[in-house]
Design a protein around this ligand. Structure first.
Ligand code: GDP
Length: 463
C-alpha cells in the first residue's frame, strides 16, 4: 500500500487510543465530584470532535487505498449486468411462450409503498424467471396506467394473453401466476428481501456496505424511468433550484404518519445530524455554504427551518409540500412533486430521515444506485433499514457477550440474533435464536448477517 495509506491507517489506530486517553482522564478527574453540566458538555464536545476526525480519516482511506477506481468500475459493471438481466427477463424472444407473473398496482397506499410492491414483484419475477406483467389500469396516480407516466417495464411483453392465471402459491409448471401483496403472501419465498443473489453477492460486498438495499435499488433503477413529459416536469422544477454540493438531504414525514405509524420528530433532531455532517466535512474541506435539501409533506416545515436556522441555505419547494399535505396520495401533481423530492434526496451527499417512512427508504435505495456505496451516508432517526414484509433480519455475534444487567442478553460467537431495532445508544434489541431470550445487545459485538439465495444466473445474458 502507499505511504499515504500507511500513515493514515496508523493515525486512525493511534487516535482511537487518544479518544480513550481523553475520556478516561476527564471522567476519572470528575469522579466523585459534584459534576457540572458545562464540564460534561465540554467533554462531549471534545469527544465528538475526536470522533469526527476519526471518521473523516476513515472516509479518506477509501479514497487512497488504491482500490477507489476499481470499486467505481466494479459497481458500474455490476449495475449494468443486473440491468441487462432484467431487460432480458422482461423482453423474452417469444412473449406468447414465456412464463409470467402478474402483479396489480392497485395497492391502496402511497407511492413509496407502491414502488416497493413492484420491487417485490420484480424480485419474484427474477427469482422464478418469469416475465413481470404489471396491471395498472385505474391506478390512483394516473387512471390510464403506469405506462402513461413511466416507460413500461417491458417493451415487447405486456400481456399474458388469455392463458390461465393461477394464484401463488402455484407449482413450477403453472405458466402464469398472479401474486398477492407481500403482507398476505403464504409460503413466503426465501428469495425475498433482504436476500441477495449468491452469484453476485461476493462482488457486491467488495464495494458496498449494504448489499440488500443496493439490490433493491437496482430494481428501482429498472422500474423508475419517467417518460419525456414527466422527466421535463421534474427537470423544470429542479432547474429552478440552486442545487450545489455539498448538500444534505432531509426528509421529514409528518401529517397522517405521525402518531399512527411513527413518532413526531422536531426539526432540531434532524438538524443535529446535519450539523454533525458539516462539522466533519469542514475538518478537511472548505464549505462555502451549509446547504440542505428539505423534502416533506408538512407545508410549515420549510419556513420554520429557514427562520430557525438562518446560517443554512434550505432548498425545497413549499408548493410541493403543500400538495403533498393536501392531496397526499393520488394526484399526478403530487406524484411529480414526490418524484422531484426523491430525485433530489438521492443526489444529496448525506440523508437524514426516518426509515419508518417508505419515502425515506426509497430515497436511500435510490442513493445506493447513484454512487458506489451509500451505506454510511444516512442517519435514520428511528428504524434500521428494512423492506416491508421481509424475511427475518439477523445479526451474527462476532464476539461473546455476558449480560451485564438484566435487560441484556448473553450470546456466544456465531449465535444468530433476530434484530428488532437499534436504539442508537450503543445497544439494540434482539432475540438470540439459540437461547430464545430477548433483550438488549451491544451492537458492536454483532455483524449484519447477509442472506444469500441461489437466484438463477442468467448465463445467456452477456457478462
Ligand atoms: P410512508 O407513508 O411515508 O411510509 O410512504 P408512502 O409512500 O406509502 O406514503 C406517503 C405519501 O406521502 C407519499 O406517497 C407522498 O405522496 C407523500 N409524501 C411523504 N413524504 C413526502 C415528501 O417528502 N415529499 C412529497 N412530495 N410527498 C411526500
Amino acid at each position: 500500500a502507499s505511504e499515504e495509506y500507511e500513515n493514515l491507517r496508523r493515525r486512525i489506530y493511534s487516535n482511537t487510543k487518544e479518544i480513550w486517553y481523553f475520556v478516561n482522564h476527564e471522567l476519572t478527574k470528575i469522579k466523585g465530584e459534584d459534576v457540572q453540566t458545562e464540564k460534561v458538555q465540554a467533554i462531549l464536545d471534545q469527544v465528538a470532535d475526536r470522533k469526527r476526525s476519526l471518521l473523516s480519516d476513515q472516509q479518506k482511506l477509501i479514497e487512497i487505498d488504491g482500490y477507489h477506481e476499481w470499486r467505481r468500475t466494479e459497481a458500474s459493471n455490476l449495475s449494468d449486468l443486473t440491468q441487462r438481466r432484467l431487460k432480458a427477463l422482461q423482453n423474452p424472444s417469444d412473449c406468447r411462450d414465456a412464463r409470467k407473473v402478474i402483479c396489480n398496482l392497485n395497492k391502496g397506499c402511497g407511492f413509496g409503498c407502491q414502488l416497493h410492491h413492484i420491487v417485490y414483484c420484480l424480485i419474484f419475477a427474477y427469482a422464478t424467471e418469469r416475465t413481470l406483467i404489471l396491471n395498472s389500469k385505474g391506478w390512483r396516480y394516473n387512471n390510464k396506467g403506469w405506462e402513461y407516466v413511466f416507460h413500461p417495464i417491458s417493451d415487447s411483453c405486456t400481456t399474458s394473453y388469455d392463458d390461465k392465471v393461477v394464484q401463488w402459491p402455484a407449482s413450477y409448471d403453472a405458466k402464469v401466476v398472479s401474486l398477492p401483496f407481500i403482507d398476505s403472501i403464504t409460503q413466503k419465498p426465501k428469495f425475498l428481501p433482504l436476500a441477495i443473489p449468491s452469484d453476485l453477492a461476493h462482488r457486491i460486498v467488495r464495494f458496498n456496505g449494504d448489499p440488500s438495499s443496493w439490490w433493491i435499488g437496482q430494481m428501482l433503477k429498472y422500474i423508475l424511468k419517467p417518460r419525456a413529459a414527466m422527466q421535463k416536469a421534474i427537470n423544470d422544477t429542479i432547474a429552478k433550484m440552486n442545487f450545489k454540493t455539498p448538500i444534505v438531504g432531509v426528509h421529514i414525514r409528518r401529517t397522517d404518519k405521525v402518531g399512527t405509524e411513527a413518532a413526531f420528530h422536531h426539526i432540531d433532531e434532524y438538524m443535529l445530524h446535519v450539523k454533525d455532517y458539516y462539522a466533519t466535512l469542514e475538518l478537511t474541506q472548505y464549505v462555502d455554504k451549509r446547504r440542505v435539501y428539505l423534502a416533506t409533506d408538512d407545508s410549515n416545515v420549510l419556513e420554520d427551518a429557514r427562520k430557525k436556522y438562518p446560517d443554512y441555505e434550505f432548498l425545497g419547494d413549499s408548493s410541493i409540500a403543500k400538495t403533498a399535505a393536501t392531496h397526499r396520495r393520488y394526484t399526478p401533481l403530487s406524484l411529480t412533486g414526490l418524484l422531484v423530492d426523491l430525485h433530489m434526496l438521492a443526489m444529496c451527499d448525506y440523508l437524514v430521515c426516518t426509515f419508518s417512512s417508505q419515502v425515506g427508504r426509497v430515497a436511500y435505495e435510490m442513493m445506493q444506485t447513484n454512487r458506489v456505496d451509500a451505506s454510511d451516508s444516512f442517519y435514520s432517526l428511528d428504524d434500521i433499514y428494512y423492506f416491508g414484509g421481509q424475511n427475518a433480519h439477523d445479526r451474527r455475534a462476532v464476539m461473546p457477550h455476558n449480560a451485564a444487567v438484566s435487560q441484556e442478553i448473553s450470546f456466544q460467537v456465531g449465535d444468530l440474533i433476530g434484530v428488532a431495532g437499534n436504539h442508537w445508544n450503543g445497544f439494540g434489541r434482539g432475540t438470540n435464536k439459540r437461547t430464545n431470550l430477548n433483550g438488549l445487545i451491544p451492537w458492536y459485538k454483532t455483524a449484519d448477517h447477509l442472506v444469500l439465495y441461489p437466484f438463477p444466473e442468467y448465463k445467456h445474458v452477456p457478462q
